[in-house]
Design a protein around this ligand. Structure first.
Ligand SMILES: Nc1nc2c(ncn2[C@@H]2O[C@H](COP(=O)(O)OP(=O)(O)OP(=O)(O)O)[C@@H](O)[C@H]2O)c(=O)[nH]1
Length: 291
């Protein structure tokens, strides 16, 4: 199989714990163990640690750069919970701020103060009744918009990777996406379509949408978001190929700046057979564009 971008590198092999079906408790325990085992390794170590090359691997290759899910400036706060009964929790699927790790919570006072300053800078009175709670609300909202920084691929997958004798295309399309433009800190939103060609392993369908959440709930540019989703799916199930198309509306182009309210930005990442074989790519695009 041709290497992506024509470069050879080690194929990425997910940890064996990702391709076993086990109880959620043991999943969480194994996640904690993995995290401990990973300590001291480079950022994005989940990826680096499991790069091995079994003889019979037919999957396409990711370059080292493509294997790095985390980009510079993308923080990953340590995750443990002090909530009674949840000491071993490292991840909550629908992370809300009333059930969060202390490291995230600790950011709130400083962020609220920043919003207070911002209000003052706008000439507003942060002490007037309508604005009294606004700094805290805004800080919580911003933490929610960026909750993807607290999520990692292995936690989100929760071992929902299943052995299945199929090599037919899987497409989940029109997944809603909300993200934040890293240039203006205003939202961009749209829909994501993901396709992959399995090679004996399939991914729980909801996990594709959850992968979108991990990477969209951060400060982003659409191009990077598209690529990170494709790489994450590759790492999860080592398919013969992955295709991701995102259609986005950028509020920085709508509400300000050039003010083009109807423009849409379409980005795609094609890996493996989707990149190499025009017919496979065409089949995916037809499925995505069909009603
Ligand atoms: N490629 C890319 N550009 C983006 C994305 N989100 C915002 N931008 C662009 O980032 C650029 C920032 O350009 P600057 O000239 O530094 O900032 P600006 O003066 O606010 O630019 P204008 O939006 O043209 O007013 C703009 O062209 C935005 O449209 C994205 O997801 N991908």
């Amino acid at each position: 199989m041709a290497a992506v971008n024509g470069k050879d590198s080690d194929p990425v092999v997910p940890p064996s714990s990702l391709i076993r079906r086990v109880s959620s408790r043991s999943v969480r325990n194994s996640i904690s163990e993995e995290k401990e085992n990973c300590e001291g390794q480079v950022k994005g170590s989940f990826v680096s640690k499991y790069k091995k090359a079994p003889e019979n691997l037919k999957s396409f290759h990711l370059t080292d750069a493509e294997s790095e899910l985390e980009v510079p400036g993308t923080p990953m706060t340590p995750r443990t919970s002090t909530t009674p009964g949840h000491e071993n929790c490292t991840f909550h699927h629908d992370l809300e701020l009333d059930h969060r790790p202390p490291t995230r919570e600790a950011l709130l006072p400083d962020m609220a103060n920043s919003y207070r300053l911002l209000l003052t800078g706008l000439g507003e009175d942060p002490e007037r009744e309508g604005l009294l709670k606004t700094p805290e609300r805004a800080a919580k909202a911003m933490l929610f918009f960026t909750k993807g920084y607290d999520q990692s691929l292995e936690e989100v997958l929760n071992n929902a990777i299943f052995d299945e004798d199929t090599d037919e295309m899987v497409v989940v399309k029109d997944i809603e996406m909300f993200s934040m433009c890293e240039h203006h800190l205003v939202p961009f939103y749209g829909k994501v379509s993901i396709g992959y060609l399995p090679q004996g392993k399939i991914l729980g369908l909801s996990k594709l949408a959850r992968i979108v959440e991990i990477f969209s709930r951060r400060l982003q540019v659409q191009e990077r978001l598209t690529k990170q989703i494709a790489i994450a799916v590759t790492q999860a199930v080592r398919p013969a190929g992955v295709a991701v198309v995102i259609e986005g509306v950028h509020m920085c182009m709508v509400m300000r700046g050039v003010q083009k309210i109807n423009s849409k930005t379409v980005t795609s990442t094609m890996l493996g057979v989707f990149r190499d074989d025009p017919k496979t790519r065409e089949e995916f695009l037809n499925l995505v564009h069909s009603k």
